[in-house]
Design a binder for this molecule. Sequence first.
Ligand code: SF4
Length: 335
Amino acid sequence: MALFRKSREITDFQIGNKVYLRGLIEYSNVCAKDCLYCGIRKSNRKQERYSLTDEEVIACAQYAFEQHYGSIVIQAGERSDHIFTARITAILKEIKKLSQGKLGITLSLGEQTLETYQEWFEAGAHRYLLRIESSDPKLFAKIHPHDKGHSFEHRLKSLHDIRKAGFHLGTGVMIGLPFQTLEQMADDLLFLRALDVDMVGMGPYIEHQDTPLYEASDFLLTRQERLDLAFKMIAILRLMMPDINIAAATALQAIDPMGREKALKYGANIIMPNITPNVFRNQYKLYEDKPCTDESPQECTTCLEARIHMIGSKIGYDEWGDSKHFNAHQKYINN
Ligand code: SF4
């Protein structure tokens, strides 16, 4: 397809053929929120809960460092109590210490106060991903409870606070939600450009049977159609924002075993091998059919390496692989 050829050409020209790794640590599935599409929402009583110990998180980070991953992502359900935020700060400092500052850290820990974002930035994290999920306030309201904790305006404010705190800003959307129109998806892309994001993680919506949104499954496109739309969104976004980082989301692989590799061919340049201890991976399920829940971190690394070589790309070991967009933007601000 001409679109995919063009997006590949632009990726090669702007980013090169390197893929950067973010070792994914799913720190905890305890969440104070109740998003209607999410398997670990607080009202899902069927979900067993876990939180890694500090030692387990540090061990994951140590593993990523020794494997020359360059960066990690710490992801968890949303909590904003002091015990949680202080623990994250302490963990960040410890990880920076063990890697002599060499391991890049992305956080994906939801909406927090500006002060908390600043504290985590100062402790050593430098990228933050908070997905808007849909840039259309009406669709956003259809997939979230109607209360103060799930407000579109607050999500937007948090995105601006993340940038204010100094982070590289990342966001993303779900593709193929029930009731979502093509026009809304096009608007999502325009939203990402207007927000001038540095990184994007977006993928197909995959239903989870223990969630309220599952009841709207009759309104869904087929999974293959949602996947095809996700590939097109990634490719178009690469044309619109040539120098940002785009992640090949795990949800792509839940539909097609080669989903992430195809996304890398169509414009993505980041991949997040899961390095969470195996016993917990099955319990961090935002959606059904999550892939790679049984492989060990070592198996994940070997498998990924082979897959990335297969598509003619190579891994940027020991590199942060930061968004070129952020650096260009900073240069512009400083001049
Ligand atoms: S999407 Fe995030 S904030 Fe919402 S319920 Fe799931 S983990 Fe919690």
